[in-house]
Design a protein around this ligand. Structure first.
Ligand SMILES: *Cc1c(COP(=O)(O)O)cnc(C)c1O
Length: 374
C-alpha cells in the first residue's frame, strides 16, 4: 500500500476481514465516490437504497447495515422491540421479548453480536443431535426470534431450515438467517426468504459481493426491515454505534447490481480450472499430495486445492509451509487450520497470482538441488 507501508498479501485463503475482506471493483468505487460528493437526506437515501436492493433481490424489503455482524445485532433488536420509538429508547432494557433461540451448533464466532442485544441466548440441542420437540419446547412468548446460521459448514446437529421455520412460525416466532458467507450461489439472495419463508436473511457486503468492507445486506419482511431501520443510525439509538454511511449504501447497491450480472457458471469454471492446474503443477513435489476439495471452508459450492503434507518426506510440514508462504514477498495467505494440510483458494485471487503461488511452492517444497557428482 502506498500510504501506510505494510506488505501486500496474496489472498489464497478466503474473504477474511483480517486480510482486508475483498477487493472492490471499479463500479462499486465509483458509486461510493459519487455518494461521497453530495449531502443528502440520509433517511430518504437509506430508504431508496433499500427499495432498490429489495427490487434487485426479489424481496419485500431490504436494508444496508455495516456488516453481517451488525445485521445480527439489529435484526435481533428489531424482533425484540419492533419499531416502537419508546421501546427503542429504553434499550438496553428489554420488554416482554427477552430471548433468542439458536442451535448450540450455531453458537459461532459471531454470536457475541447477538449477546450485545442483551437478549438471553437459549441453546438448542447438544451440538450433535436434535429433535423437533426440543425446539417446540423452548419457544415461548419470551422468544424474540430463532437465529439460524445457513450453510453446509453449520448443518451438523441442527434441524433443517424449512423444519425450523415451520415450527417457529406455528408459534408466531420469526426466523433470522445468518447467510453472511452464503454467496455464491447468487440465488441465496432470495432463496432463504422468498422460497424457504425465513423472515429475515443477512449477507456480508464485503465477502463475495465485493461491496464496501463495512457493509451488510438485510433482506426480508417489510415490517421487520422497518423495525431494523428504526433501531439503526442515523437515529440516536443503541444501533447508532453501527452507523452506516451513504458511501456504503451506494457501494452496496452497485455491488449487488454487478453481482447479478456476473456469469457465475463461468466464474465457477475458472475456479475449477485453477484448482486442476495447481494440482498438475504441484503433483510431483516430494511429500505433497494434491487433491480437489469441495465445498469450501464456509460450505460454499466452490472448489479448493488441498495439499496433504507428509512431514517425514516434505521439506517443510504444513504449519512451517504456511508460515514460510506468509513470510515471503509478497505475503501469501493460505488456510492451514486443519493439521497436516494446506488449502489453496482460487476465488480470492487477482490475475497472475495463481502462478506466483506455484512458483513459491516449488521453490519452498521442490527437491533440494543435488551437488555435482564427484
Ligand atoms: C463473515 C460472517 C459474519 C460477519 O460478517 P461481517 O460482514 O464481517 O460482519 C457473520 N456470520 C457468519 C456466518 C460469517 O461467515
Amino acid at each position: 500500500m502506498s500510504i501506510i507501508q505494510v506488505p501486500r498479501v496474496i489472498n489464497a485463503f478466503a474473504r477474511l476481514t483480517r486480510l482486508g475482506g475483498s477487493l472492490m471493483p471499479p463500479e462499486v468505487l465509483e458509486a461510493m465516490r459519487v455518494a461521497a460528493g453530495a449531502y443528502v437526506d440520509l433517511h430518504a437515501f437509506q430508504r431508496a437504497c433499500g427499495e432498490r436492493l429489495a427490487a434487485l433481490t426479489g424481496n419485500e424489503a431490504a436494508y444496508v447495515c455495516t456488516g453481517a455482524a451488525a445485521g445480527l445485532f439489529l435484526t435481533g433488536l428489531a424482533c425484540a422491540v419492533g419499531a416502537d420509538p419508546q421501546a427503542i429508547a429504553r434499550l438496553p432494557e428489554l420488554g416482554g421479548k427477552t430471548e433468542l433461540v439458536l442451535h448450540r451448533a450455531h453458537h459461532i464466532a459471531y454470536t457475541p453480536s447477538l449477546r450485545l442485544t442483551g437478549l438471553r441466548l437459549v441453546a438448542l440441542g447438544n451440538g450433535d443431535q436434535i429433535h423437533a420437540s426440543q425446539l417446540e419446547a423452548v419457544l415461548s412468548e419470551r422468544t424474540a426470534a430463532v437465529v439460524y446460521v445457513a450453510g453446509a459448514a453449520y448443518a451438523r446437529g441442527v434441524l433443517p431450515l424449512p423444519e425450523t421455520i415451520a415450527i417457529a412460525h406455528a408459534r408466531g416466532v420469526p426466523v433470522i438467517v445468518d447467510a453472511a458467507a452464503q454467496l455464491p450461489p447468487v440465488e441465496n439472495l432470495w432463496r432463504f426468504t422468498r422460497e424457504l419463508g425465513a423472515d429475515l436473511a443477512i449477507f456480508s457486503g464485503g465477502k463475495d459481493l465485493c461491496g464496501p468492507q463495512a457493509s451488510g445486506l438485510i433482506v426480508g419482511r417489510a415490517d421487520l426491515i422497518g423495525a431494523v431501520a428504526a433501531n439503526g443510525a442515523p437515529h440516536q439509538t443503541l444501533g447508532r454505534s453501527m452507523k452506516v454511511g451513504k458511501e456504503e449504501m451506494a457501494g452496496l447497491v452497485a455491488a449487488v447490481e454487478r453481482y447479478l450480472t456476473l456469469d457465475h457458471a463461468a466464474r465457477l469454471a475458472g475456479f475449477e480450472r485453477t484448482v486442476s492446474e495447481w494440482g498438475e503443477a504441484l503433483s510431483d513435489l516430494p511429500g505433497l499430495t494434491a487433491a480437489r476439495s469441495f465445498p469450501n471452508e464456509a460450505g460454499q459450492p466452490t472448489p479448493r486445492l488441498k495439499l496433504t503434507i507428509d512431514p517425514g518426506v516434505a521439506r517443510l510440514d504444513a504449519a512451517a509451509l504456511a508460515r514460510a508462504l506468509w513470510d515471503g514477498d509478497p505475503r501469501i495467505a493460505v488456510d492451514d487450520s486443519e493439521p497436516g494440510a494446506v488449502y489453496l483458494t482460487p476465488d480470492t485471487l487477482e490475475p497472475g497470482e495463481a502462478d506466483i503461488i506455484v512458483e513459491r511452492l516449488r521453490a519452498l517444497m521442490g527437491p533440494l538441488p543435488r551437488p555435482p557428482a564427484l
